[in-house]
Design a protein around this ligand. Structure first.
Ligand code: AMP
Length: 306
């Protein structure tokens, strides 16, 4: 049983206080897939241009990520995003977003993907997210994320889409924008009325809060000695979260997702987000092992037990 991941596969230009890289592999679907691949088989749905390098495909293949659904547009250019981080790396400014082939992305699932039960919809146009779900014959667990642009300018579409989701994973500013509430607890209650029965609000270095029913669970961010590049941390969190649930064979059809499993999924999300920050771009995933992931998960347990 595999996880389908939909979203951007990109080249990124990133500047942090630790250095600058003009062009490297990035994209939300890339980070989500790499992180999830430590827990479950992953099948990606995305589009790239003729400039997409063989070594980048090789990295994804080395993690057993299925690229049948990675569409290539021979004459086109891959989505490019560039950003610069503030000194404390809690803020970033987008310098460039060249959609390129991503502008016409209309995800079509290969036949070999259609029976898969797990779906994570990265940040794309909400109607397209809905279209992807409709192509799956036996989807069991659907979730995803979104961003300010869709919340502001495609609100109606987004609300339609959210009705079909089991969980939503967004950051705190998006949660405030979507709900119209400044207080996060109230924001969560509003969002849970929109469809998803489980909500995870990411809070960057401060961790994440999980909401379900009347309950919530707070996970801290792992205290790293050095953060080199936070790009993709939120997506890696998402990959760890959904990857863990998919790997466990979770089935919410008989009611709410099990809260204890969700708590573990949030901690695995936090663990994967923290590893992502240790090197530039996707570099940490070139060497990361499942043993290192489990060791950090145990450390989390010790750091938060009282
Ligand atoms: P994160 O740091 O987790 O928010 O994810 C950063 C990744 O999102 C980068 O690798 C970018 O390539 C990708 N990205 C940035 N802007 C967009 C966008 N508008 N649509 C899709 N992906 C994007």
């Amino acid at each position: 049983m595999s996880l389908i991941v939909v979203g951007s596969v990109a080249y990124d230009g990133v500047e942090t206080p630790h250095g600058k890289v003009d062009r490297m592999l990035g994209g939300a679907a890339t980070y989500i897939s790499l992180a999830a691949s430590y827990f479950t088989p992953v099948k990606v749905v995305a589009v790239v241009g003729g400039d997409f390098a063989r070594e980048d495909t090789d990295l994804l293949v080395s993690r057993q990520i299925d690229l049948t659904g990675l569409e290539r547009v021979p004459g086109g250019k891959t989505f490019f995003w560039a950003g610069v981080y503030s000194a404390d790396m809690n803020d970033r400014t987008t310098l460039r977003t060249d959609l390129n082939v991503f502008a016409d992305f209309n995800p079509k699932l290969p036949a070999s993907y259609r029976a898969e039960p797990y779906l994570f919809l990265g940040n794309i146009q909400p109607a397209l997210q809905r279209g992807v779900r409709a192509q799956l014959d036996a989807v069991r667990l659907t979730g995803g994320d979104t961003m300010n642009y869709w919340i502001n300018d495609f609100r109606g579409e987004l609300l339609e889409t959210l009705k079909q989701w089991d969980f939503l994973l967004i950051n705190d500013s998006e949660a405030r924008l979507l709900s119209g509430e400044q207080n996060l607890r109230r924001a969560a209650a509003r969002i849970l009325e929109m469809g998803p029965r489980t909500l995870v609000i990411k809070r960057g270095e401060y961790g994440a809060v999980l909401f379900q029913g009347g309950r919530h669970f707070m996970a801290p961010g792992y205290l790293l000695e050095d953060v080199f590049d936070p790009t993709g941390a939120g997506d890696s969190f998402a990959g760890g979260f959904i990857g863990y649930l998919a790997g466990r064979g979770i089935d919410p059809s008989h009611g709410d997702l099990d809260f204890a499993e969700l708590r573990r999924a949030v901690i695995y999300g936090s663990v994967m987000g923290s590893f992502c920050c240790e090197q530039f771009g996707v570099d940490r995933f070139r060497t990361l092992t499942r043993e290192e992931i489990d060791a950090r998960y145990s450390e989390f347990k010790n750091c938060t037990d009282f």
